[in-house]
Design a binder for this molecule. Structure first.
Ligand code: ACK
Length: 301
């Protein structure tokens, strides 16, 4: 690994400050399986300038031992270290990269994924409104979720970070119901470490140029954001219902787009469609999407 780092001084420079001593991590229960291995809840002693213990999430990264995989990994890590914090993005707190397994230490977000929040809201028995078929989430709540994700993505894209797997399963919800974009930066199509991790491609969230030319840009994240809007409005349904992945690929290629879901506001649907323009250059930018959702928040009560 040192060879990888010394081949480019820039990565070396940013390595030191975020390396966190493993023996200051007390790993507790497994939260689930992530893209590269398990995700754990843990307690960190004196992390990021804090005193005492902080509850954190620890991501185990397997299969980082080949040279190509480590190069890609450290390049992404260098970006994460420079990222800074944003309320709608899961914060990076440190890493353990002295030996395998590598760990990423992240802000702990207690409310589970946006996907599960949406899905459980379908059956929750609460008083009040019936927007979008949810008994516990109002249409304003749903717009706010979309707005939060748009703010996080506007921040990431301003830092030139691609997500590559934006979907409600990769957005976490905090105790105060703020959405935080998670799992970004480490799923680069075509990189060796992804192949060794046997990831499956998120076909239903992928833009045509990613599906057919393996091309990833901030505009392919915008496409995925459009699909995420559809997931929000349908309270966590699987996109392109009733279609196989092959049918989705052929359909998208030929210009097929999902219909306006029931309960979906026309302005929301127009926003989705503008994320799904066949021409990436004509898709909206995240800054514009954020502003559009901001104004939808103002008109909705
Ligand atoms: O949907 P979940 O409860 O939220 O289950 C998955 C699991 O780990 C595998 O990804 C959870 N998870 C991932 N990152 C974090 C985090 N930063 N804070 C809390 N839970 C997390 C995720």
């Amino acid at each position: 690994l040192d060879n990888v780092l010394t081949s480019d001084g820039a990565y070396e420079d940013v390595k030191a400050p975020s390396e966190f001593p493993r023996n200051q991590l007390d790993i507790k229960e497994e939260l689930g399986q992530g893209e590269f291995g398990s995700v754990y809840k843990a307690e960190a002693w004196k992390i990021s300038g804090t005193s005492g213990t902080t509850v954190v999430a620890v991501k185990e990264l397997k299969g980082m031992s080949t040279a190509a995989a480590s190069t890609a990994f450290f390049r992404e890590l260098a970006v994460l270290k420079l990222l800074g914090t944003h309320p709608n993005v899961v914060s990076f707190l440190g890493c353990c990269t002295d030996t395998e397994p590598f760990y990423l230490v992240l802000e702990y977000v207690s409310g589970g994924s946006l996907q599960s929040t949406l899905r459980t809201s379908r059956t929750q028995q609460t008083y009040g409104n019936l927007h979008g078929g949810s008994k516990s989430l109002s249409s304003r709540d749903l717009t706010r979720f979309a707005w939060d994700v748009a703010k996080g993505m506007a921040f990431l894209s301003s830092k030139k970070i691609l997500h590559r797997d934006l979907a409600t399963r990769n957005v976490l919800v905090s105790a105060d119901r703020t959405c935080k974009v998670s799992d970004f930066g480490f799923s680069r199509e075509g990189d060796e470490y992804e192949r060794t991790a046997k990831t499956r491609l998120p076909v239903r969230w992928m833009a045509p140029e990613s599906l057919f030319h393996r091309k990833y840009t901030t505009k392919t994240d915008v496409w995925a954001f459009g699909v995420l809007l559809w997931e929000i409005v349908t309270l966590g349904a699987t996109p392109y219902p009733g279609m196989s992945k092959r049918e989705v690929m052929d359909g998208v290629h030929q210009g097929y787009r999902m219909d306006k879901p029931k309960h979906c506001d026309q302005k929301f649907y127009t926003l989705m469609l503008s994320c799904w323009n066949a021409d990436p250059a004509r898709r909206l930018e995240f800054r514009k999407i954020r502003r559009t959702l901001e104004s939808l928040m103002e008109t909705e009560h």
